[in-house]
Design a protein around this ligand. Structure first.
Ligand code: ADP
Ligand code: MG
Length: 250
């Protein structure tokens, strides 16, 4: 068993409030791992600690056996830890292929010179095309990103994150704002990504979580309550109590 990503006794305090309470989480290599918990449980805070957007009060973040706790967000991406961001304005008028090419070339450090006809960027083009195929975006390769449905835009964001060739991909509610009809397809596409990429995902919709995850961790009041297979989580009394009053019929 290889551990792709780990936290050791991670704590985050905002003033006197403990948003992350001694979290020791292990995400196995190749896992489809979901982090669930009620609103305000600290899921987004934990993701922000993992990416380096927030600095922990104490504890460690460990990527492939090496502590990255004090590395910048950018350095963590270089080490293989990626997250999605909403497409910014820069990409709105670009086509899907252009956007993904830009991200691929950025990783390859061809920078802004990629459109110059110097040499061949054949490999970068192949790589971008491969990403579009993985995310089922080939049919919209030449459409402007802003013209696409939300579900497709989320897939572009994932393609951009994958262009960094991460070993671990963090997804914070990828289906948020996406109509129900599209979210199922979005999740099917995510589920079929190559297993070299470990995925840690936050999602509200329990249907999607149970379809997708092979491992689930439950966060309540900043602390991990239980971690297990979807089958065991669905039967877990503590989890049922936590979700009492919310729709939970996993
Ligand atoms: P979740 O994503 O599980 O809904 P969050 O991680 O967003 O939960 O928030 C966990 C708790 O931490 C909430 O009570 C929230 O109000 C608090 N919190 C999050 N960020 C901050 C911040 N920057 N300053 C103060 N409190 C925060
Ligand atoms: Mg959140």
């Amino acid at each position: 068993m290889t551990i792709a990503l780990e936290t050791r006794n991670l704590v985050k305090r905002f003033g006197g409030f403990v948003a992350t309470n001694d979290v020791s989480l292990k995400v196995e290599g190749g896992a489809r791992h979901a982090l669930i918990g009620p609103n305000g449980a600290g899921k987004t805070t934990l993701i922000n600690l993992l990416t380096g957007f927030l600095e922990p009060s104490s504890g460690e973040v460990v990527l492939k056996g090496e502590a990255v706790t004090r590395l910048s967000q950018h350095r963590r991406v270089k080490r293989g830890l990626a997250r999605t961001f909403q497409i910014n304005r820069l990409f709105a008028r670009m086509t899907v292929l252009e956007s993904v090419m830009l991200a691929v070339c950025e990783r390859r450090e061809l920078g802004a010179r990629w459109w110059h006809p110097v040499g061949s960027h054949g490999e970068a083009i192949d790589e971008a095309a491969c990403l579009l195929a993985q995310l089922r975006l080939l049919d919209v390769a030449h459409s402007e990103t802003r013209s696409l449905a939300y579900g497709k835009q989320r897939l572009i964001e994932i393609a951009l994150a994958l262009a960094a060739k991460p070993s671990v991909l963090l997804l914070d509610e990828p289906a948020a704002g996406v109509p129900t009809g599209e979210s199922r397809e979005l999740f099917e596409t995510i589920a079929q990504l190559p297993r070299e990429v470990t995925i840690l995902l936050i999602e509200h919709d329990m249907d999607l979580v149970f379809r997708f995850a092979d491992r689930i961790s439950v966060l309540v009041n900043g602390g991990l309550v239980v971690e297990d297979t979807p089958e065991a989580i669905a039967r877990d009394k503590r989890v049922k109590e936590v979700y009492l009053g919310e729709a939970f019929d996993g």
